[in-house]
Design a protein around this ligand. Structure first.
Ligand SMILES: [Zn+2]
Length: 383
């Protein structure tokens, strides 16, 4: 079957590591049996995308099964890029306020608002704004209860009914990388904004997140090059962008002169080539620590809940029970489990006699985490 680029429809695609069929994992740490990783680079526009994964059934996937951080009511992704760990939603809100001063009144629409963590911070400061949001997953119920005065719908963006209303600010946090065609969503946003309306976006920056090659539901591996080219072609100016840890934040302003789509393949290929090396090394690190443990060197653990560590048992075909534990710094994950293996803090190293630790995190955190592991005298495996 021919594969086409979801954005520019070209069939001039290069295959990208890894090519895999079988059990895959999602950004939500879900296990997807019978899925595939079919990563491609479009040489006509530069988009890096997974032609497999949840593509083709993503709408039902989000409606029925996507449960990001729904496990406990107060579970949230933490941001470690600031001076003190604060919630990702709070940091995201702070960055928007640093990027622009907003008027006292307006209308905001959040796309895929989850449980409304960002919207909560936003309305705390801009209480006179009219708020609307939609969310396809079960998080909708939480959202609806939390914002009784807002207009909330349970749907996908394609089914959202805005009526005649135009918005002053659209927000999409961790959404664009999940949709089948990010360009389509940008053009959709353009239609729902008033003149000079703003679109605030947060996505994982693929340049900082090589292990995203193993993630089945991040259908696009977005870079600042792709984002900028797609935004301009959809009729936006880039007002500001900021990289902070893995996420990248972009603020766009609607204009009335869409440009032709620029081919960013040269810039993206540089990132991709580098990332493929790092991703292979990440898998190799897990392979080596697993081998060391198997050879009688004592138990091994995987640090971080990144896609490489979750995917490795399926990729290599070893039993996840051989992983002594998954270690993570985010306390809200402690006590939960991955493939039946406990998730805990560094105290698990002593408790379980762990001798080998493979890092399954973004390379931007390697040095920081290696320093933290030093007192534990374990063998650390990284890229
Ligand atoms: Zn393309």
């Amino acid at each position: 079957m021919s594969v086409y680029c979801p954005v520019c429809k070209s069939d001039q695609l290069q295959k990208v590591y890894p090519s895999f069929s079988g059990t895959c994992v999602t950004s939500d740490m879900m296990v997807l049996p019978g899925a595939s990783l079919d990563n491609r680079l479009c040489t006509a526009c530069g988009l890096i995308f997974n032609a497999g994964g949840t593509r083709g059934w993503s709408e039902s996937f989000y409606k029925d099964s996507y449960s990001l951080m729904m496990k406990t009511a107060d579970a949230a992704i933490q941001s470690f890029s600031g001076p003190a760990p604060i919630s990702q939603a709070e940091r995201t809100h702070q960055i928007l306020r640093e990027m622009i001063e907003l008027p006292g009144r307006g209308a905001i629409l959040e796309i895929g608002a989850g449980k409304g963590d960002f919207l909560g911070y936003f309305l705390q400061q801009s209480g006179d704004w009219r708020a609307a949001a939609f969310e396809p997953s079960a998080a909708f119920a939480v959202l609806k209860e939390r914002f009784p005065e807002a207009s909330i719908q349970r749907c996908d963006y394609k089914d959202f009914d805005a009526g005649p209303a135009k918005f002053d600010l659209l927000v999409a946090l961790g959404v664009l990388e999940h949709v089948e065609d990010p360009f389509d969503m940008l053009r959709w946003a353009h239609r729902h904004l008033g003149d000079n309306g703003l679109f605030y976006i947060r996505v994982p920056n693929f340049a900082k997140n090589p292990n995203d090659l193993f993630c089945a539901d991040h259908l696009s591996k977005l870079t600042i090059h792709s984002l900028t080219a797609l935004a301009r072609a959809a009729g936006f100016d880039v007002v500001a962008s900021k990289e902070a840890g893995v996420p990248i934040f972009v603020l766009l302003r609607k204009n009335d002169r869409p440009e032709l789509l620029t081919n960013v393949v040269a810039d993206n290929r540089i990132i991709l080539d580098k990332n493929v090396v790092v991703a292979k090394n990440a898998m190799d690190a897990i392979f080596r620590s697993h081998e060391a443990a198997k050879a009688g060197g004592g138990p091994f653990a995987i640090f971080g809940l990144g896609s490489s560590g979750l995917f490795a048992p399926f990729y290599f075909g070893f039993d996840a029970a051989e992983v002594a534990a998954y270690l993570d710094e985010n306390r809200s994950t402690w006590g939960s489990d991955i493939h039946g293996r406990i998730v805990g803090g560094l105290d698990k190293i002593k408790e379980l006699g762990i001798r080998h630790v493979a890092l399954a995190i973004s390379p931007v955190y390697f040095e920081q985490v290696k320093a933290k592991l030093t007192p534990y005298e374990v063998q650390v495996y990284s890229a």
